[in-house]
Design a protein around this ligand. Structure first.
Ligand SMILES: Cc1cc2nc3c(=O)[nH]c(=O)nc-3n(C[C@H](O)[C@H](O)[C@H](O)COP(=O)(O)OP(=O)(O)OC[C@H]3O[C@@H](n4cnc5c(N)ncnc54)[C@H](O)[C@@H]3O)c2cc1C
Length: 324
């Protein structure tokens, strides 16, 4: 099979890459191991579409989305402190790390945040992709031969490509590269970059609203070790209440066994939610939740080297840059 652009991934960056390929009349194919598309904002299964993890939009970004014909709802932000303390340190899992962007702090520092439960679906629609099916084929990558420009999928399909747009996590890139000389060079770059991150475990619930507070996002924070959760975010949409509860973990301090039950009992204890009322519940692991600052010059050198081999890094976790 001959393909001009193979896009590895199925999140917002993959969607954008497919759209650009379409604009330039290139034939393109996206592949990802996960069935549903959307990446970080993949939807919960079922009738009520809710993203598994929170993504808020600034007012200026909301204007941009508006220009694409996407209307997002904006909310006042209210901060409710469950327990004060070193909140920043708790969000980074009590480790010494200099993160590029702490999303939780950013949300807390905003007066207004915009949100759309179906952002990914609406983006697909505005880029004229069918909304009833994923943007990608489900397959894993077995091998990328950068010399022959051949990519082998787990399904047995062999693709002759012109360019690859890679949106998967940067640290996973070398695992399928061939020949070994290239793979080794990329590994050396990654060693120099010293990628570090904080992972997030997010519990998402969708429940019936008892007292809908239509224009309010409430961010609850807990900043001591007495509780595992550090942030719970509640917002109402129509007659539903969406709640995202987050706990951070790292390689040094992994998730404790029974974390699910712990989160549910802590939410009850703080009287934030009653999980029995939840119509839907979901637990998501965001491995690359908060990204560390790295040496930009080394990263640019790596990007250039890969471009010389027709591999383009694109998106948050591939370029290791927030707000790409
Ligand atoms: C906690 C958090 C909060 C955020 N909040 C905001 C916000 O409020 N506003 C905003 O504009 N942006 C926010 N972002 C950034 C947001 O994620 C990006 O704007 C957008 O979703 C990135 O899309 P992407 O396609 O580049 O990456 P992703 O959606 O992360 O997907 C990249 C691809 O990598 C794959 N992938 C991901 N993780 C793994 C893994 N561990 N192993 C293998 N494959 C993997 C996915 O399946 C996908 O195909 C937030 C990100 C995080 C983590």
């Amino acid at each position: 099979m001959d393909i001009d652009v193979v896009v590895i991934g199925s999140g917002i960056s993959a969607l954008k890459a497919l759209y650009v390929a379409k604009l330039y009349n290139r034939n393109a194919l996206a592949v990802d191991v996960h069935g549903g598309d959307g990446g970080y904002i993949q939807l919960l299964d079922g009738e009520d579409a809710v993203a598994k993890a929170p993504l808020f939009i600034d007012l200026d970004e909301a204007d941009f989305l508006h220009s694409l014909g996407i209307d997002v709802k904006c909310y006042e932000v209210k901060h409710s402190v469950l327990k004060s303390g070193n909140y920043v340190l708790k969000t980074v899992g009590f480790i010494d790390i200099d993160v590029q962007m702490n999303w939780f702090i950013r949300w807390l520092n905003s007066n207004k945040l915009c949100f759309d439960v179906e952002l990914f679906t609406k983006l697909k629609k505005s880029y004229e992709f069918p909304t009833y099916r994923p943007i990608h084929s489900v397959a894993n990558i077995r091998k990328i031969d950068v010399e022959k420009k051949i990519l082998a999928l787990s399904t047995g399909t062999i693709i002759k490509y012109s360019k690859i747009v890679y949106t998967w996590p940067l640290e996973l890139l070398p695992q399928n590269l061939y020949p070994n000389s290239i793979k080794n060079i990329i590994e050396q770059f990654l060693n120099q970059l010293e990628l570090k991150y904080v992972s997030l475990y997010i519990y998402t619930t969708l429940a019936k609203s008892i007292e809908p507070k239509e224009n309010l996002i409430t961010i609850y924070t807990h900043a001591t070790k007495a509780s595992k959760i550090h942030t719970a975010i509640a917002l109402h949409l129509h007659n539903k209440k969406i709640m995202y509860t987050a706990t951070s973990y790292t390689k040094q301090h992994p998730l404790i066994p029974g974390i699910r039950e712990k989160i549910v009992s802590e939410l009850k204890k703080h009287r934030i939610t009653n999980s029995i009322d939840a119509l839907k519940k979901h637990y998501t692991n965001i491995t690359y939740g908060l990204l560390n600052k790295i040496n930009e010059n080394i990263l640019k050198e790596l990007e250039q080297l890969l471009e010389n081999h027709d591999i383009i890094l694109f998106g948050r976790i591939a370029q290791w840059r927030e707000k790409t």
